[in-house]
Design a protein around this ligand. Structure first.
Ligand code: NAD
Length: 498
């Protein structure tokens, strides 16, 4: 049995770990590896390695730091196929989808290769007589990132790339359910020329997360995961005086206006609702057709598409959707589908009986479609995080907008329409962080920033884009007066520029 250790000071090690957790293949239900769970001593060792390496890394000029990212990007591209297969084996998503996961993270590593430009400070020449003023952005020191299972490449890369390019050392605590790709990324970073100790990876659950949140040498924490844990991480890290950003769950609505192209809207809902088995924080889980006729048309367009969806293991190239991550997740989704029926929704496509010959022990869930869903039902209130799409029929555009705005989550949303006026109004008024206009999964590119509103994010700076550079750095402002500007005698009033 393969054992996955931590990555401390450039070396893979099980350290002081006495406990291990099984890593499953979600397609077969078999245990394929075991991962070490970090102890307090492992965390201290990772922090010590980070603290020893960070000052020299911070003093390395930004162009040299950026060059490591050029190499890193090339190495990830070199190993793309292997990384994608490894990712699929632990997560279950298709290999093409895994490549997308890696590529969207890789784009952030490409973005931070521009670190010298991104880290430039501000300068005011002659802020007063003989006075210059300048601001610089300095690394926070040691940062930590805690990431979810559903994007084991993209989300670690969102965090570690800007943190490290900005001159910090970094401790990554990836999901213990699919830990192999984060480990490979750390090894590739060393191969790319990153000094040992700058990137460390520790595995585990609540215990090691708590250790990070309370560790006095860790200055900033970035978290992505479910909303209850995001709230907890935000509150705990903030109470320790750390800088913290914490991104949570989602319930993304897609509004379909009567003038939309129904075939294109249905295709979009297929990818956004069932891609990656619905295990995306930007998945569309609620379709909101405006008007009864639109609702009938979209449901009619969806049904044959869902029935044709090819569900299977990632090893089958024809698969369009893989299993969900764990047996517990499969059981939870099944219970939610039962609750939808019991609470009066119409199960327009029933995925409950799905079974795949040869993969009976895998965590496959057939795709389901609910129509006539109402806001009091559990399938509407809960983040299902599975291949279950709910249709909430809406009478008017204003009702659809209000429904989206009243939802406690605010990660992503989309509107499908040919009406520019409606689209513009929607983008301006909706209280959601990422909006798509005829784009079902509006994940911003690396040079813009990613982040939701309401219960989908806690903290005030987003992932990637210039926000990430701000998050992983502190501003220092220097006011310099040269002899020609210095007057004789003491001044007792508050200094003002005259
Ligand atoms: P999760 O909250 O269970 O786990 C996230 C991380 O927190 C993992 O590293 C895990 O080990 C750790 N953790 C788990 N329980 C903990 C506890 N009690 N105390 C401290 N740490 C704990 O999330 P998940 O199931 O891995 O991922 C799915 C969730 O992540 C969904 O809710 C999804 O919407 C969300 N997500 C959000 C975004 C976003 O950008 N907003 C992106 C991806 C995923």
């Amino acid at each position: 049995m393969r054992t996955i250790g931590h990555f401390i000071d450039g070396v893979e090690t099980t350290g002081n770990s006495a406990e291990f957790q099984d890593v499953f293949n979600p397609a077969t239900g078999e245990v394929q590896a075991r991962v070490a769970l970090a102890t307090e001593a492992d965390l201290d060792a990772a922090v010590a390695a980070a603290a020893a390496a960070q000052p020299k890394w911070a003093a390395t000029n930004p162009q040299r730091r950026a060059r490591v990212f050029f190499n890193f990007v090339a190495l990830i591209n070199r190993d793309m196929q292997d990384l994608a297969e490894l990712l699929s084996a632990e997560h279950g998503k298709t290999v093409e989808d895994s490549k997308g996961d890696i590529l969207r993270g890789l784009e952030v590593a490409e973005f931070v290769a521009g670190a010298p430009h991104l880290l430039k400070g501000e300068f005011t020449d002659g802020a007063g007589p003989g006075i210059d003023m300048y601001s610089m952005r300095q690394p926070v020191g040691i940062g930590a990132g805690i990431t979810p299972f559903n994007f084991p490449a993209m989300i670690p890369l969102w965090m570690l790339s800007p943190a490290i390019a900005a001159g910090n050392a970094f401790i990554l605590k990836p999901s213990e359910r699919d830990p192999s790709v984060p480990m490979r990324l750390a090894q590739l970073a060393i191969e790319a020329g990153l000094p040992r100790g700058i990137l460390n990876v520790l595995h585990g659950g609540k215990a090691v997360v708590d250790g990070i949140l309370h560790h006095d040498q860790i200055s900033a924490v970035s978290f992505v995961g479910s909303t209850p844990i995001a709230r907890y991480v935000y509150a705990t890290a903030a109470s320790e005086g750390k800088r913290v950003q914490a991104f949570g769950g989602a319930k993304n609505h897609m509004i379909i206006m009567p003038d939309a192209d129904m075939d294109k809207a249905a295709d979009a809902l297929m990818g956004a609702g069932y891609g990656s088995a619905g295990e995306r924080c930007m998945a569309v889980s609620v379709a909101v057709p405006v008007g009864e006729e639109t609702a009938d048309r979209i449901v009619a367009a969806l049904k044959p598409r869902i029935e044709k969806l090819k569900v299977g293991p990632a090893t089958d190239k024809a698969s369009e959707m893989g299993p969900v991550i764990t047996r517990a997740s499969k059981d939870r989704i099944a219970a939610l589908v039962e609750s939808g029926i019991a609470q009066g929704a119409t199960l327009a496509v029933d995925g409950r009986a799905f079974s795949l010959q040869g993969y009976e022990n895998g965590y496959f869930v057939g795709p389901s479609l609910f129509d006539h869903v109402t806001t009091d039902m559990d399938i509407y209130k809960e983040e299902i995080f599975g291949p279950v799409l709910s249709v909430v029929r809406s009478k008017t555009y204003e009702d659809a907008l209000r429904l989206t705005m009243d939802n406690p989550y605010g990660n992503g949303t989309a509107i499908f329409t040919r009406d520019g006026d409606a689209a513009r109004d929607f983008a301006a008024r909706v209280n959601v962080g990422m909006v798509g206009i005829n784009v079902p999964v509006p994940v911003p590119l690396a040079y813009h920033s990613f982040g939701g509103w309401k219960a989908s994010a806690f903290g005030d700076l987003n992932q990637h884009g210039t926000d990430a550079i701000k998050f992983w750095t502190r501003t220092k402002t220097v006011t310099a007066r040269w002899p020609s500007g210095i007057k004789d005698g003491a001044e007792f009033q508050m200094p003002v520029m005259k």
